[in-house]
Design a protein around this ligand. Sequence first.
Ligand SMILES: [Zn+2]
Length: 88
Amino acid sequence: MQQFPCPFCGLRDEREFHFAAEAGKIRPDTTQPVNADAWSNYRFMQRNTKGRTREIWMHLPCAELFALERDSVTMAVLGSQPLRRDAE
Ligand SMILES: [Zn+2]
């Protein structure tokens, strides 16, 4: 069983985490009309980077979102950073 590092709670079993999104995706500007293809690409398309990747995860017990860096080939966890500005 793999362990992920929550920046707030430390190493925890992977079953306590939920994948939220790829990091760096830019949400369409909803102050302007957004066509269905742009919205669909944002919501459902993934880059599926091979190798080092940065993702947003939630640790369910503390409900904190954070960035997790990992290698998608080896599954090695490379680090994690909180997303809250007041957490650093
Ligand atoms: Zn946590």
